[in-house]
Design a protein around this ligand. Structure first.
Ligand SMILES: Cc1ncc(COP(=O)(O)O)c(C=O)c1O
Length: 432
């Protein structure tokens, strides 16, 4: 078990170790600015914060929805922790009340407390897992479902959220149904109404994205969960794109389970995930990956995180990412993401031939905007934009276009450059 003392020790060991050079970027291009923290009301706050990122100065990254670019603090915490743990391995006496040098069997209570605070849950409702895919699989595999039971999802699911239900359909005769989503999403009520129409007496689970993967639609998850609860339907919300992009309050949402991938918008290292299962529903979800504490009914979160030997340094990195997020301040962080998203959408409205597939509804939009220039295939367009300007949005569909994630390390000038590069590419390339 990693006690609070152990966790603090793992972290302070980091502080004692010299910073490790980052070897994956050419040193000449790595940022060399000092790591002073910008003052609260500094008009250049975001420019100065950008110095905390290892992103190259001549490259622009708009794909946080796939994987966030971690701040230097996070990368250093992971690297220093690994170095420190490897160097002091002999000190590990393997006593239950002493620190561990690995994770996968332990409580990790201080970290679970921080994650619980972030999404308004209790520690025992939180399991540290690897990613959203693992979380959705744990819920799908853990519920007692019988042939003929129906599951509802959107027709826009990420493979990591839907494949486990397809598997149940093929293997156990559960019926996986999708509900067509309007593109762009117009009104939250329209979505709730479409789900309501799809519900039958056999509907047992609604597995819904909090924020959709390709278009970034912020779903009315509170209304969906309330409606489902009134009918005795289990709701699991896929928050892979939500944590770090928008505020999350699982209590207010009222869902039964919620899943997050903090390596996207929370800027944690990949390999960290989060599963929340509401306390009074936990007994409905069996443990899929069983090890030591698999039957611990008092701390259900703990039973879902028994995954065998894991990398403690990744948890140190997650802790550093949460601290970074807190230091900026969640309100300021979320507002900046939204502000940049709105800036992009407003600019695009003035661009001839630009179409936006993402929602423009104020409650359904945040930091992801999928758009294209009519007649110009998005996959070729992103390649050309990269070759021309070293700017990296991500093409997600021929129909909908390039998904552009606006994160705290981006700025208005980069958005202007992206649009200018797209227009230039369009001018040079014949319409497809
Ligand atoms: C909405 C959504 N759900 C699930 C996933 C899968 O996430 P992970 O690869 O972290 O398991 C993604 C990944 O992009 C996603 O966007």
């Amino acid at each position: 078990m990693l006690t609070r003392r152990g966790f603090i020790r793992a972290l302070t060991a980091v502080a004692a170790t010299p910073a490790v050079a980052i070897s994956n970027a050419a040193p000449a291009l790595a940022r060399t600015a000092s790591l002073s923290w910008p003052a609260e009301h500094d008009p250049r706050y975001w420019d100065k914060l950008r110095d905390h990122f290892l992103l190259r100065e001549d490259e622009v990254f708009f794909n946080t929805a796939t994987l966030g670019a971690q701040p230097r603090e996070v990368v250093d915490a992971v690297a220093d922790s690994m170095r420190s743990l490897a160097g002091t391995m002999a000190e590990w006496d393997y006593k239950p009340d002493h620190p561990n040098w690995f994770t996968g069997y332990s409580h990790e209570d201080p970290l679970r407390d921080k994650l619980a605070a972030l999404i308004h849950a209790d520690r025992e409702e939180i399991a540290l897992i690897q990613n959203a895919t693992m979380g959705m699989n744990f819920v799908a595999g853990g519920l007692d479902l019988v042939p003929g039971d129906e599951i509802l999802q959107t027709d826009q699911e990420h493979v990591g959220a839907k494949s486990c239900w397809e598997l149940l359909q093929k293997r156990h005769g559960v019926v996986w149904k999708t509900v067509a989503m309007p593109v762009p999403a117009r009104e939250p009520q329209e979505i709730v109404a479409r789900i309501e129409q799809a519900i039958t007496p056999k509907t047992k689970v609604i597995a819904w994205p909090h924020v959709t993967s390709q278009l970034g639609t912020v779903m009315p998850v509170q209304a969906i969960s309330t409606m489902a609860r009134a009918r005795g339907i289990f709701t699991v919300i896929d928050g892979a794109q939500a944590i770090g992009q928008i505020p999350v309050d699982v209590r207010a949402i009222g869902c039964d389970a919620w899943i997050g991938s903090p390596h996207k918008w929370l800027l944690a290292p990949a390999g960290n995930g989060l599963l929340y299962v509401r306390r009074d529903q936990a007994s409905r979800v069996w443990t899929t990956l069983a090890s030591g504490e698999w039957a611990n009914e008092k701390d259900p979160g703990l039973r879902f995180q028994q995954r065998g030997t894991g990398n403690l340094s990744l948890l140190v990195g997650l802790d550093a990412a949460i601290e970074f997020h807190r230091r900026v301040g969640p309100e300021r962080w979320f507002a900046r993401i939204r502000q940049l998203g709105d800036y992009l959408r407003t600019r695009l409205a003035q661009v001839p031939g630009a179409t936006i597939a993402s929602s423009l509804h104020p409650e359904m939009r945040a930091g992801m905007t999928t758009w294209k220039l009519e007649g110009h295939p998005p996959y070729a367009m992103v390649d050309a934009i990269w070759a021309k300007a070293r700017i990296r949005p991500r093409a997600v569909s021929d129909l909908w276009g390039m998904r552009t994630s606006t994160m705290i390390y981006n700025n208005e000038r980069e958005i202007d450059r992206l649009i200018a590069a797209a227009q230039q590419v369009a001018k040079e390339a014949p319409k497809g």
